[in-house]
Design a protein around this ligand. Structure first.
Ligand code: HEC
Length: 159
């Protein structure tokens, strides 16, 4: 094969189909499958916590903090997003169950309204809600495990 023939083969239809179309498509598919495996798809538990957590949030929390997590003025603090949440994972786990009475500062605004806890929540439900709120609205903490919840609940402040 002389250069001219090779050259025209390279620029030919076969090459273009193989390397410009099929190869990128194959790489794309691999990347998609791989990232899917690496992240969400590989972890049905994480997905389940997110979905269950969202339902529990809507039922138990969205009355005050709103469905979109933005809260309500200076009465109900926002979760979407909240610097208080970022810094105080343990305290947030506690307040879901036991409520919160002390004055707190969220994104520079102070709030001083008692939040009633939901004592009937199980550790699994708290983990699910925590996973939901900690992976929504710019929070990206990943799954919050039941083990972490039971540990945090042991050291909650008692009022
Ligand atoms: C009756 C209204 C009400 C309900 C229901 C409620 N909260 Fe709150 N929440 C408040 C108030 C008020 C505060 C501020 C407490 C304070 O001033 O000490 C607060 C504070 C918080 C905070 C800390 C501040 C922040 O914005 O980061 C988080 C997190 C939070 N709530 C999450 C939840 C979750 C999760 C639920 C559901 C399990 C829930 N709340 C249910 C009213 C409510």
């Amino acid at each position: 094969m002389n250069r001219g023939a090779f050259g025209s083969w390279v620029l030919g239809l076969g090459f273009r189909v193989r390397y410009c179309l099929l190869l990128p498509m194959a790489i794309g598919t691999y990347c998609l499958l791989f990232s899917c495996l690496l992240f969400s798809c590989a972890d049905p538990k994480f997905q389940q916590y997110l979905t269950e957590g969202e339902q529990l949030y809507i039922k138990n929390c969205s009355n005050c903090h709103q469905r979109n997590g933005k809260g309500l003025g200076l009465v109900y603090p926002p979760l979407a997003p909240s610097d208080f949440m970022e810094k105080n994972v343990e305290a947030v786990i506690c307040l879901m169950k036991n409520g919160q009475t002390e004055e707190i500062t969220v994104n520079g605004n102070s709030f001083n309204q008692p939040m009633p806890g939901v004592p009937s929540l199980t550790e699994l439900e708290i983990a699910e809600i925590a996973t939901y709120i900690y992976n929504s609205w710019e929070h990206e903490k990943g799954i919050i495990e039941v083990k972490q919840v039971s540990q945090s609940l042991k050291s909650c402040p008692s009022y």
